[in-house]
Design a protein. Sequence first.
Length: 156
Amino acid sequence: MDHFGAAASPDQGFSIVEGLSVTSTTGPQTRAEWDAFYQNGRITEELPETSIFQKGDSLKDIGYWNLMYDQLGSEGFSYSSDGNGYSSNVINWNAAVAFEANNEFTPGNQYSTITTGYSGMFNALFDAVEKLAGEKGVHFKYVPDTRLRSIVKKTR
């Protein structure tokens, strides 16, 4: 693949592009730092003369997919775009905002998960609504949509 590599994962393309300005040790870490980065973030790496963009260019003035295409080539861009599973990651928003949103690909990030699974959030919300309704004397009656249940059963 031009500018990229067949042995790399699709997510590696995001890391390559983000590495032009942000690393796990030099990038913004707090919300306030990210807010400042949106306004002032710049390419900090030297780029070859063949690149449309150069060191010092403002990231807020660069479309993200333009920067990805410039750095990864057409095949590398397509591989990253198609291979990561989310087309929203490569839309043409400005690169400064995209760096933060796609920051999950940068080494050193830590994330938390819901131990009960994503549905646990909705179960907890339902329980809280049911409890609050009881405390306030509100008659709360949940009637599941049985049509939905039969659709789910048919698709499994």
